[in-house]
Design a protein around this ligand. Structure first.
Ligand code: C2E
Ligand code: CA
Ligand code: CA
Length: 279
């Protein structure tokens, strides 16, 4: 039997029963996961092609389930969103990402920006801005070393409220990135309306960039537009030297993907930081 994801369908009634049971069991486990310290963060480097240095990291949540082992976020984040558990989990992620980043700085590594993924439900909390401020104070991390990754659909759900929250965060000094850019069916006008620092080219466009002229054209256009608007850019899901070369010759400077590294635990990520020091 499969774990429950949003796109899993249970067709037969006996299947349905089992599905519901597994689902509620998983939710029950998820509820205890923070207290049992079953979560950890994996960090994936973002590499500047001009300097070869790691300039940022994306923090990705990992759940080590007591019997099932590692459960991928695609399987439990939707459940966390539906049940509301994404709120405590989301704050856990934010606090740990900030604390880890500060710890690296205190250990003497050159500072870098850590990006955290946000769910709509978390971002839409009326006290979201206050919570971010509180976590930054508690962890003593300078706001410019935190970046928040949001999706287009999250921003569009309530554009007016989103614009206000983003402006407040920007005033605080926190960075804002649009995740999976180009996949959200939204108009481009929001790029001017919202205080955004960076867009992340969606993995699905990078995948076939070398073979598919359509994807190549989309990526070239996104890069040109980002430059025109003065936005920074990160390409996601870079796996091959060909993709890297394509992006580099189109003036996309910062990249993230398996070509450089998979997301790794903090203990391993410090090897990248050590290389930064070495030059
Ligand atoms: P995302 O934000 O688009 O994260 C990128 C995903 O692509 C990650 O999967 C990463 O491991 C994977 N990836 C990175 N480089 C490559 C590559 O070169 N090739 C391929 N094929 N994949 C690559 P992951 O860690 O399984 O996360 C899946 C999604 O779960 C994330 O997609 C994000 O939407 C969500 N997620 C992860 N952590 C959090 C979190 O703390 N909070 C929230 N709300 N969502 C999270
Ligand atoms: Ca992301
Ligand atoms: Ca992404």
């Amino acid at each position: 039997a499969k774990e429950q994801g949003r796109n899993t369908y249970c067709i037969f009634t006996e299947e349905m029963n089992r599905c519901l049971l597994e689902r509620s069991e998983l939710e029950h486990n998820l509820r205890q996961a923070i207290a049992r310290e079953e979560f950890f963060l994996a960090f994936q480097p973002q590499v500047d092609q001009k300097t070869g240095r790691v300039v940022g990291a994306e923090a990705l949540l990992r759940w080590h389930h007591k019997d099932k082992g590692l459960i991928p976020p695609g399987q439990f984040i939707p459940l966390a969103e539906e049940s509301g558990l994404i709120l405590p989990i989301g704050y856990w992620v934010l606090r740990h990402a900030c604390a880890q980043n500060k710890a690296w700085q205190l250990a003497g590594y050159p500072p870098l920006r850590v990006a955290v993924n946000l769910s709509a439900r978390q971002f839409q909390q009326p006290d979201f801005y206050d919570q971010v401020g509180r976590i930054l104070k508690e962890t003593e991390l300078e706001p410019r070393y935190l970046e928040l990754e949001l999706t287009e659909s999250l921003l569009m759900a309530d554009a007016k409220a989103a614009a206000q929250t983003l402006s407040a965060l920007r005033d605080l000094g926190v960075g804002i990135a649009i995740d999976d850019f180009g996949t959200g069916y939204s108009s481009l006008s929001y790029l001017k309306a919202f205080p955004i620092d960076r867009i992340k080219i969606a993995q699905e466009f990078v995948l076939d960039i070398v073979r598919d002229p359509g994807d190549a054209a989309i990526v070239e256009t996104i890069i040109a537009m980002a430059h025109g608007l003065g936005l920074d850019i990160v390409a996601e899901g870079v796996e091959t030297a060909d993709q890297l070369e394509f992006l580099r010759t189109r003036q996309c400077q910062v990249m993230q993907g398996y070509y450089f590294s998979r997301p790794v635990p903090a203990e391993i990520f410090i090897e990248f930081l050590a290389e930064n020091v070495a030059g």
